[in-house]
Structure formats: C-alpha cells, structure tokens
Design a protein around this ligand. Structure first.
Ligand SMILES: NC(=O)c1ccc[n+]([C@@H]2O[C@H](COP(=O)([O-])OP(=O)(O)OC[C@H]3O[C@@H](n4cnc5c(N)ncnc54)[C@H](OP(=O)(O)O)[C@@H]3O)[C@@H](O)[C@H]2O)c1
Length: 318
C-alpha cells in the first residue's frame, strides 16, 4: 500500500482502470481534498498501469490499486477482507462504476449467474453490503447507471425487461438467435437494476437513520471508452445507425462525465442529497419503472439470497 498518512478518507471506485471510472478517480485526485483513492478492478496488471499513469499525471501520491473481480463472489469477499485488514483512512465513499455489455454470447460468472447481471448488479450488491459496516458517518455511495434504462429517453437501445431477479441471474432466453439484441437488453435491464438498488438502499439506510447517502448517475453517451469492446465492426456500425441523432449530438467525453461523477462524491452541497438520479450535473427523474418499490424490494431480497449474504451480513432490513 502507498503512504496514506496525509489522506484522511478513502474512496473505492470499481472499474477505475479505464474510461469513466479512471477520470472520476483522476478528478478526485485533483480535488486535493485528502482522499485515499482505491482503484478496484479485475485485472491487477491493468490496475497497476492505471495507478502509475494517474500518479504521474496528477502527482497525487495517495492512489492505490486493488484486485476486485465482480464476476466472482469469492473475489468480492476477498476484496472486502483485504480492505478491512489494511491500514487505510476511514471509508467515506464507494463508486459502483464497473460495467460490461456482452453481445456476442451468453456468458456466466464464476458462480453461474448471467454475466451482465452478475457483474453490473450482483457483484456491486455484495460489495456494498459487505462494506456497509466500514462506512463513516455521512459517507456517499454512487451507482453508475445509464439513460438506456429509460424507454422515454429513446436511446436506440432495447427497453429493459424486469420480471424478477432470479430470471435475470438464470435467463431462459439463451438460445436467442439475436444474441446482440438480447445482450443489449440484458445491459439496459442491469442499468435499471442499478437505480432500483440505489433507491432501495437509500430507503433502507434512511429507515435505520443512517447518514450514508446513495445516488445514481447517467454519464451520457461516451464514445471514447471500452464499453463496446464485445461488439464486432458490423454490430458497431448497426448500433451507431440505431442511436438517434439527438443522442449522438449530446455525446460527451469520459473526462467530462468523470468530473460529473466525482462531483457526487466531492460537492459539499450534496451532503444530504440521497435517492436521486443525475444526468451529468443535473438532477432529473429516472424512468417510471425505476421508482417501483415492489420491484426494488424483490430485487433486494432475491439478491440477498443469490449472493448468499448471511443473516449477520444482511443488516439492512426493510
Ligand atoms: N460508455 C458509455 O457510453 C456509457 C453510457 C452510459 C453508462 N455507462 C456506464 O459507465 C460505466 C463505466 O463504463 P465505461 O464506458 O467507462 O467502460 P469501460 O472503459 O469498459 O470501463 C469499464 C470498467 O469496468 C471494469 N470491469 C469490467 N468487468 C469487471 C469485473 N468483472 N470486475 C471488476 N471490474 C470490471 C473494466 O475493467 P477492464 O479494463 O479489465 O475490462 C473497466 O475498468 C459502466 O457502468 C457503464 O454501464 C457507459
């Protein structure tokens, strides 16, 4: 671990070795607010490269890399144990940023969950629940979602389809000849899950009169990240034709969106803001479905079972 004697609070950012997460971490480093920044991602080599690059570019010394594979419940548990065992400043923020879009096949996590739901939702769900006892007063949690969760946003992506969590973890549509479309729908549904989960977590924390805030953000369309790495050239050009010009015109770079994401952690005026959804810097309404408390409760309780949280770990009751 790097010297953290002058940093007085820690932030964990998942998937911060590239794209949006990288620039979020960089903006926090440049804020000079005394953060110990943890870049948590699946490939330790890429993580260490990102730590070196960011340290050199920002000259900020308190940046640490840690291995975290959200596609493995064991890895998430190991990460939480390593975090607890280390001597770091108190945990003040978690940014659930890592995300994937799988369009070439149906893949499964180490624990047998469909990969998109497993990484984008279940891995983060377990991470947050294991780290809740570590959070300081007035801590902040942010989930990175996407406007593709919202049918009204008209993004050119398939609408989410949420029936229940079990069906997302163990889908029955694996033989779909149109795997590209199925994969994109799994993605938009996982992004709906990020908001359902953020709102539900916020409600449960408030019920227990805990001061941690939870918000969600859509960074907007960013064409300069690696999110579309699983697309073939032909699929990419089909996708770009499906995206309405109004959305393409509003595309932002990941550095700008990274600052907007970091602001949800840094801005003192947001200290008591919880259960909200931001489009970049602006607070907006998310989709109607994302406010469905029945679905959010079902997602939460099924996720507790799927990730096998013990009664002692599942501390946030309804
Ligand atoms: N790009 C867009 O237009 C857009 C729009 C709306 C929302 N978003 C959201 O923004 C977030 C960041 O995506 P991005 O666009 O910056 O894409 P990106 O460049 O692909 O970054 C994703 C990050 O997640 C990490 N990751 C993937 N699988 C992981 C796993 N199993 N465990 C831990 N980390 C894992 C990746 O690590 P590796 O480098 O090792 O693969 C990478 O660091 C995602 O939640 C995405 O849904 C993106």
């Amino acid at each position: 671990m790097q010297n953290s004697s002058q940093a007085n609070k820690a932030v964990i950012i998942t998937g911060a070795n590239s794209g949006l997460g990288y620039y979020c971490a960089e903006a926090i480093a440049r804020s000079a607010q005394g953060w110990h920044i943890i870049i948590a991602s699946r490939n330790l080599l890429r993580v260490e490269e990102a730590v070196c690059k960011m340290t050199a570019e920002t000259e900020y010394p308190y940046i640490e890399g840690m291995a975290l594979d959200l596609a493995s419940l064991a890895s998430v548990r190991q990460f939480a144990q390593n975090f607890v065992a280390g001597e770091r400043p108190p945990l003040q923020a978690i940014v659930c940023n890592a995300g994937i879009q799988v369009v070439s096949d149906t893949l499964y996590t180490e624990d047998g969950f469909e990969m998109t739901f497993g990484v984008n939702h279940l891995g983060h769900f377990l991470l947050i629940n294991l780290l809740l006892p570590q959070l300081s007063a007035r801590a902040r949690i942010v989930f990175v979602s996407s406007d593709t969760h919202n049918p009204d946003a008209d993004t050119g992506m398939p609408y989410p389809q949420y029936q229940n969590a079990e069906l997302l973890a163990f889908p029955t549509d694996n033989d779909d000849a149109d795997i590209g479309n199925t994969g994109r729908r799994r993605y938009t549904t996982s992004k709906l899950c990020n908001i359902l989960c953020a709102y539900e977590l916020s409600r449960r924390l408030q019920k227990q009169q805990l001061t941690t805030t939870v918000n969600a953000l859509t960074p907007g369309l960013m064409l300069d990240t690696k999110l579309a790495r699983d697309y073939s050239q032909a699929e990419l050009s089909a996708l770009s034709k499906a995206i309405p010009p109004s959305i393409l015109e509003k595309a932002v770079d990941s550095k700008t969106s990274g600052s907007a994401l970091a602001r949800l952690i840094l801005d003192p005026s947001l200290e008591n803001v919880t259960g909200k959804y931001f489009d970049g810097l602006e607070e907006i309404q998310s989709s109607d479905e994302s406010y469905d408390e029945k679905k959010a409760t079902e997602l939460w309780e099924s996720s507790v079972r799927l990730v096998k949280l013990s009664p002692g770990e599942a501390t946030l009751l309804r």
